[in-house]
Design a protein around this ligand. Structure first.
Ligand code: UDP
Length: 235
């Protein structure tokens, strides 16, 4: 296996499946199956989940809501998604812990780095909810931050496209995919992988990012087995 400890970043929108809003239980179950396959191979899995399927602070602010208030709602949305993912994983027979950046003690553990690492060593999936716990950040930043803290080998960003392209493949038929690309080339070419804060944090800490299609069955395991899946951003 390529990596021993991974941090998987899933967007909230990915959980919508074919729906326009909220959580699709079929999609959740599919993700749980994918994750179980890699847990069964002895890989340690931490997950950061987004909240965009429920609420985004920026969207609230564009409708006149206070931005910080909206971001608090967004962070809570990620906890809702975390709870849903936790249930789906446990239904699939995977042990899990949900740790949140904002304390909701009756519902989840608070984020404690050493505890998180211990859970991972024991083969439990650790889901990090609540983003970074601060407004004006994204769950991509939370993913990079947590990955560095828990000493993950890589961030796997599961999306609906199968990697990073020269231009948007959904709009440009001539777009070609990169198998590998450097952090610097992503910046030079103006490609969008994560928001700037998250991307820079990853670059500065030499943490590779792999962008891949999480919606194709078996892809996560193939990627971890060393198959040429997705695009790797590295030094
Ligand atoms: N959020 C925040 N701080 C964080 C992470 C998230 O305030 O550290 C809020 C923010 O409002 C964001 C929302 O939570 O819009 C949902 O997160 P994100 O947009 O990253 O979710 P995704 O796009 O991955 O579904």
């Amino acid at each position: 296996m390529q990596y021993k400890r991974i941090l998987l970043k899933l967007s909230g929108e990915a959980l919508m499946g074919s729906r326009q809003y909220g959580i699709d239980p079929v999609r959740l179950a599919e993700y749980a199956t994918e994750i179980k396959q890699v847990i069964d191979k002895g890989i340690q899995v931490a997950i950061v989940i987004g909240g965009g399927n429920i609420f985004r602070g920026v969207a609230g602010a564009s409708n006149g809501m206070d931005r910080v208030q909206g971001d608090h709602m967004g962070m809570l949305a990620t906890v809702i998604n975390g709870l849903a993912l936790q249930s789906a994983l446990e239904d699939a027979g995977v042990q899990t812990r949900l740790q949140t950046a904002i304390k909701i003690n009756e519902v989840a553990e608070p984020f404690i780095r050493r505890k998180a690492m211990r859970h991972l060593e024991k083969g439990r999936v650790v889901i990090f909810g609540g983003g970074t716990g601060n407004p004006y950040f994204t769950t991509d930043s939370a993913a990079v931050l947590r990955a560095i803290e828990i000493e993950a080998d890589v961030i796997l960003k599961g999306t609906r496209v199968d990697g990073i392209y020269t231009s948007d493949p959904e709009k440009d038929a001539n777009a070609t995919k990169f198998d590998k690309i450097s952090f610097q080339d992503v910046l030079n070419k103006g490609l969008k992988v994560m928001d700037t804060t998250a991307f820079t944090l990853s670059q500065e800490n030499e943490l590779p990012i792999v962008v891949f299609d999480m919606n194709t069955k078996g892809n996560l395991l193939k990627l971890l087995s060393g198959e040429n899946i997705g695009t790797e951003v590295n030094l």
